[in-house]
Ligand binder design. Sequence first.
Ligand code: SAH
Length: 367
Amino acid sequence: MEKAVQLTGLTQPELISFVETLGEPAYRGRQLFAALQHRRLRSFDDITDLPKELRTRLNQVARSATLKIESQYASTDGTRRYLMKTHDGLPVETVFIPEERRDTICFSSQSGCPLQCTFCLTAQLGLLRSLTAGEIVEQIQIALNDAYGTGVKPPRGTNLVAMGAGEPLLNLDELLKALRVMADPEGLYIVPNRVTVSTAGVVPRILELATTSDRPHLAISLAAPTDELRNELMPINKRWPLEELLSACKTFEKTLKPGELLTFEYVMLDGVNDSDEQARQLANLLNRHSIKAKVNLIPHNPADPLPYQPSSDETVQRFKAILESKGIHAYVRRPRGRDIFAACGQLAARQGTLSNRIQTTLAGANN
Ligand code: SAH
């Protein structure tokens, strides 16, 4: 299988070139792109408007679906988590989060993660490997097909967040490739402006992203207002400490469009990073760099072997009020899908309980 071309990760012009190498006319490439990306068909056999011989040929030399759903879980809040496997048997997790005005799909950029953030369960897997553009696109197709039916247009808009397993900026080329594929109006038509990429702070890649045209929005995971604490919670800070990170953010900020904000995520760990003093330190840090940003406070999602508890609601509100009193826009992110291990920092290829496990009977889902 590894030698076969993964067509889901090709842009429309690339797909056209590919079919031309098979001796087919360009319009077959456009037809195939629409079938794979717009109609979200997972199997060449289902693309019945292509000649049978071409479908047979495609089955020999190419792949469209490589991810297999192992299990899926539905939360009482409507969130769905998919645990999938790559062709080489590695776990990939995707979360579908319905919201009133739009849906959000949280996808993974890597299987596992090389960073060792102490509060995140994914860290315990280590890095298995980076995902390909095709594997990233497939995650979105699978979630949409499951939520709405194969090829059915989502009734609301779809936002994407690269906040699942992995560090997206350590897989930037494949990520940007996937975004180019998904932006095509004749395909999924999810434009970069609908996508937010979250990073633990890979400074050179933040600077690279700043110079990328048609880039997604950026969120930075901070988790601590001082180097001392951040070194402990997020070891990546030893490589790119806060001053360097924030000056990269300042460079990025200069590329923001009107109305666009940088987001800082701050996971709230009881008794670790949630004191009044730490709120003031965080506000001072951001104000000193005068970055146009908002802060998302994320109450820690408990994840069994991790030695942390979430901050109390009262502490979160007080922390938020201190930030606001210093002119920082702060929001509390409501945890979604905690009961099915779908919330931030809980993705570690876990099987959920039987009661919320759904049989994967969806036609075509595993083709
Ligand atoms: N590697 C990227 C993408 C992962 S995003 C990054 O670090 O940004 C995951 C988000 O969830 C990050 O903002 C992270 O700080 C947060 N997070 C990780 N573990 C968490 C946990 N147990 N509870 C709440 N948030 C967590």
